[in-house]
Design a protein around this ligand. Structure first.
Ligand SMILES: [Zn+2]
Length: 557
């Protein structure tokens, strides 16, 4: 350790004694003869990685946290954070609304980084998707290579670039993306589209497998994880049987985790706030203890949200298999009306992909989720896609949507406060628990975020722990959170006095360096050479479409 540089960990160790604090202050003085670009004074600085928790001043210079000190410091811009918590900006890995208004609401909820690691971006559009956001995004941004969109492109010939465009195929009446079982050659085409996204630096592969449970075989899911694993990157799945019973849900994640274990590939269990969550959490915790980079995220709401034509909302699944009644589980997001089997059928003819809220968990489960160590909060923010929506549209005028998009982080903090959950645990769920596993994949942008430490990128969220709260409800889902007066992205103040500053766009791409392809196309010879048995095709779960075996050779008679 040099004289000049003291790490956050060392500072933390030293700060327990007053005499040591004086020493640290001297060190900070030595390196800060010039004024900082920005100083945040007298806040309660909290860092989950080191457990540092103390009142200190923060100096920001050149977009980085340059000092955390009890010494008096000055800067060109000053924020008085007295009575507020100062921590690393919140990181949301499940975010489907990469548009200005979505980002604005995310910022009000304390999020500095929003990534879509479940649905993602079309692999062949990945470079362009990142390029479009360069210099004009308020938050940090990134996406996984999208399995669903790769299938829509290859099997239906439809281009969907990211989730706000999902109606391109989901509303098209074509079902190849969800139910077609590809042969090996077509399977390779799907993998190639995904691979293009990985070579462009995309953040692993996202799969909405639960929407494609019939068309995507166990083989195809395995091959996705194998491909992402060749780059050391994760796959994030909406599990095959989500939403389901506790056993179905667990079986869904066991598919993901068994593949992850066999391949040594990282994996994210997406929104496991469903029946079976206790087993899912135990599986993840035990696998992490064995050194595997697998983790889970969830949003703190009892209801989910999806399109009315989702396969799992079909009467055969929702009513017969899972035992739900439409009348008390499926609510129209816009009108608040509850569906019946009949009114659902009628709406499907008019607007198949209409957005609904799906009530499936008791409120008490949310408290369990907020207590679970190692789990990350992610919002599953749904896009609002209406004509005439701009950055300036008043929040009150936005059509209703699931409140998780606007309120997940503040809600986790508010509920944590109400239920006696340690504040550091809640903060860790909002920043470090996402940053850590992504860091472990070698993603540099996440090795220097999610941590309130000297030398880290200055993504900083400042909130009042006594008042921070979500305002979005199931009736009015796009109201911004309150009690988060300042949000700083890459050293630049973007939220000031609880207002998002227009035209301030310091967001940076969160991505891997573009790289050569590592894809190994599926080939009969490869399987034969390694003595694995050759599959007939990608397989599929569609009833009645099992692989066709010729029974002409009487092998065993
Ligand atoms: Zn999902």
């Amino acid at each position: 350790m040099s004289e000049k540089k003291m790490t956050r960990r060392e500072f933390n160790a030293a700060s327990t004694a007053t005499i040591a604090l004086a020493t640290t202050a001297t060190v900070a003085n030595a390196q800060s003869s010039d004024a900082f670009d920005l100083v945040i004074l007298s806040g309660r600085v909290m860092d989950p990685e080191t457990s540092f928790d103390g009142v200190a001043n923060v100096g920001v210079r050149n977009g980085r946290i340059a000092a955390i000190t009890t010494d008096a410091i000055t800067g060109k811009e000053i924020i008085d954070a007295t009575g507020h918590v100062v921590t690393a900006g919140f990181i949301d890995t499940h975010y489907h609304w990469p548009r200005p208004m979505g980002n604005k609401l995310a910022l009000r909820d304390g999020r500095t980084t929003v990534l879509d690691l479940e649905m993602g971006t079309l692999g062949t559009s990945m470079s362009q998707w990142y390029a479009e956001r360069e210099g004009n995004n308020q938050t940090n941004y990134g996406a996984a290579s999208a399995h669903e969109f790769a299938r829509a492109l290859v099997l239906d010939g439809i281009t969907t670039n990211d989730t706000p465009e999902a109606m391109n195929h989901r509303g098209s009446g074509k079902t190849g993306w969800s139910s077609t079982r590809p042969d090996i050659e077509t399977g390779n085409e799907i993998l190639r589209v995904l691979d293009t996204g990985l070579t462009a630096g995309g953040l692993g592969i996202g799969s909405t497998l639960g929407y494609m449970r019939d068309g995507v075989s166990a083989r195809e899911a395995f091959e996705l994880q194998k491909l992402a694993g060749l780059y050391g990157r994760q796959c994030g799945f909406h599990f095959r049987y989500t939403p389901g019973t506790d056993t179905m849900e667990s079986n869904g994640i066991q598919e993901l985790l068994a593949n992850a274990a066999a391949l040594g590939a990282p994996a994210i269990a997406c929104h496991f706030n469903n029946p079976g969550y206790n087993l899912v959490h135990e599986l993840l915790t035990r696998m992490r203890a064995r050194g595997m980079n697998v983790w889970g995220e969830l949003y703190p709401y009892a209801a989910g949200s999806t399109a009315l034509n989702a396969v799992f909302l079909e009467p055969e699944v929702w009513v017969k298999q899972l035992g739900y009644k439409y009348e008390d589980t499926i609510q129209d997001a816009l009108t608040g009306e509850w569906y019946t089997e009949q009114s659902r059928a009628e709406m499907l003819k008019k607007e198949p992909a209409r957005i609904v809220q799906v009530y499936k968990m008791p409120e008490s489960a949310i408290v369990d989720w907020l207590k679970m160590p190692g789990v990350a909060i992610a919002s599953d923010t749904m896009p609002i896609v209406v004509d005439g929506l701009t950055w300036d549209t008043p929040y009150e005028d936005l059509p209703n949507t699931h409140p998780r998009g606007a309120g997940s982080c503040a809600r986790a903090l508010r509920m944590g406060r109400e239920h006696g959950i340690p504040l550091m645990q809640s903060i860790s769920q909002l920043n470090y628990n996402s940053a850590r596993p992504l860091s472990e994949m070698g993603l540099k942008a996440m090795q220097e975020r999610g941590r309130m430490q000297e030398g880290m990128v200055a993504d900083i969220t400042i909130f009042d722990p006594a008042t921070v709260t979500d305002k979005a409800t199931y009736v009015q889902g796009a109201l911004p959170s309150e009690g988060i007066p300042y949000v700083i992205v890459n050293g630049t103040v973007v939220v000031k006095d609880s207002e998002v500053l227009k035209g301030v766009n310091p967001g940076q791409p969160i991505r891997f360096e573009p790289t050569e392809s590592r894809m190994e196309p599926l080939a009969i010879e490869t399987w034969t050479n390694t003595f694995y048995a050759v599959p007939h095709d990608f397989g599929g779960g569609v009833p009645g479409s099992q692989p066709h075996y010729e029974h002409t050779v009487p092998c065993c008679e």
